[in-house]
Design a protein around this ligand. Sequence first.
Ligand code: FES
Length: 158
Amino acid sequence: MPMLIDTIDDATARAACARLANRPDALIEILHAVRRASGFVSDAAIATIADALNLSRAEVLGVVSFYHDFNRRPAPRHVLKICRAEACQASGGEAVATRLESAFASAADTIEIRSVYCLGNCALGPAALLDDRPIGRLDPDALIDELTVSGVLSGGVE
Ligand code: FES
């Protein structure tokens, strides 16, 4: 009779654990290896790592959820980081962020919005970073138009 762990074993995670001798102190390095290979850290990977390192799933999940880099689902094609720090708040950043979060709510598989706290572009707030492109004086409607025209948001936004 197969054990439950046999049905959820993640080969990528198992190999990453084996390369690092199933050492619990190598957990973060193993998680990075899984993320690089798979693009995200799945439930099966968490269960496999917990089994291999003799940790509880809660311990592994605690580390995964603490760090932004360990995404739990396939990464969206684009990430929009919106500054929520003081200088950008003073230039209307919260209203801009709220507008974009609402507009992109139905496009979460395509574009993910993350809050960040200062991008070093305070003089041009509200500031954002679309993938690697800095955006100053962020105009939400102009960004929505740009992404719609360029085909990034093929299904439109709300
Ligand atoms: S406070 Fe927004 S870029 Fe510095």
